[in-house]
Design a protein around this ligand. Structure first.
Ligand SMILES: Nc1ncnc2c1ncn2[C@@H]1O[C@H](COP(=O)(O)OP(=O)(O)OP(=O)(O)O)[C@@H](O)[C@H]1O
Ligand SMILES: [Mg+2]
Length: 311
């Protein structure tokens, strides 16, 4: 349904994305996950035909986004980072206007506007001026305009940004309901968002794809292991001593006196680690076990400096 191959984009000297390759099947809900500046919005602008890549190709429903931008735009609903709202319009007039632009057949416009109002839970404010709505409701109008043509593919750039927790839950619910009927790609830097709504995740970091898995597989990557967070009182290197304990797989100093340890799932081992820290004289301040999850994988893959300063 969406096919991206060898896609790269430079802004002048700055490389925003480099050689991205991925495929999204019909009916899938895929999370595009990455820290700020990773290249999520850039990729979405290219897929939706709003910006040309420097090299590479993107196809949506079989159409090349540059050779056939009109065919692509007809099939895509896009929520950009800053939704293109006409602030002086009433909510339902604006949605009607977008439906007309998207060439929704005249006899379907009313139904589609009603459907998008209902899905984005805007029915109560349909006769209000967009400029008078709160930020979260403006965001919902942005989601409604992406839905109003009942598109095959939805591209949502950070759909829950600016919403309150209740609205976040509602939008996640809505996205889950779109599954199957629509193909959805949503970007986020928030992990629970992906876990709550998506079947697959593409993790992007510094303009490159660092993982591409189903959510179930990612969770399994670390099966049989637990993660320990450990804090010592003194800054004294304890890595080598802990690494020497059988069953300790990896140890990483995340911050001063803060360590993350990946080890076999074995309670006695936690005791051994604690004893060793005390024996070494470094002082044990904190020791927290947690089952390895998507967050561990994400942090590991994207750990490093922010990319905003340039790649
Ligand atoms: N118009 C532009 N001109 C120059 N550089 C840009 C432009 N747009 C984006 N960039 C740079 O390209 C890189 C990727 O930006 P992009 O907006 O795609 O990231 P993102 O993953 O969407 O980040 P965020 O989570 O902050 O929205 C960043 O280094 C950014 O500074
Ligand atoms: Mg962005």
């Amino acid at each position: 349904m969406i096919e991206v191959s060898h896609l790269s984009k430079n802004y002048g000297e700055r490389r925003a994305i480099t050689d991205l390759n991925f495929k999204i099947d019909k009916g899938d809900v895929v999370g595009f996950l990455g820290p700020n500046g990773a290249g999520k919005s850039t990729t979405m602008k290219i897929i939706t035909g709003f910006m040309a890549p420097t090299s590479g190709e993107a196809r949506v429903c079989g159409y090349d986004v540059f050779l056939n931008p009109i065919e692509v735009k007809k099939r895509i609903g896009y929520l950009p980072e800053t939704p293109p709202l006409y602030l002086d319009m009433l909510v339902d007039d604006y949605l009607k206007f977008v439906a007309e632009l998207k060439q929704v057949p005249k006899d379907k416009i009313k139904d589609y506007v009603d459907m998008s109002l209902e899905k984005a839970q805007l029915t109560d404010v349909r006769r209000r001026l967009i400029k008078n709505l709160s930020k979260g409701f403006k965001q919902r109008v942005g989601i409604a305009q992406a839905l109003v043509s009942n598109p095959e593919v939805l591209v949502l750039d950070e759909p829950t940004v600016g919403l309150d927790p209740k609205q976040v839950a509602e939008i996640r619910n809505l996205i889950r309901q779109l599954k199957g009927e629509h193909t959805v790609i949503l970007s986020t830097h928030i992990l629970p968002e992906v876990q709550a709504s998506c079947d697959k995740v593409i993790i992007i970091h510094e303009g490159k794809i660092v993982a591409q898995e189903s959510i179930a597989d990612i969770a399994n990557l670390n099966k049989g292991f637990i993660m320990l967070t450990l804090k010592t009182r003194k800054s004294q290197d304890i890595k080598a001593n802990l690494k020497a304990i059988a069953g300790v797989e990896e140890i990483e100093e995340v911050n001063n006196q803060y360590y993350r340890i990946k080890m076999n799932e074995d309670e006695e081992l936690i005791e051994k680690v604690a004893s060793e820290v005390i024996r070494s004289g470094a002082g044990l301040v904190e020791l927290t076990p947690a089952r390895a999850n998507l967050e561990d994988v994400f942090l590991k893959l994207t750990y490093g400096q922010e990319t905003e300063s340039g790649v």
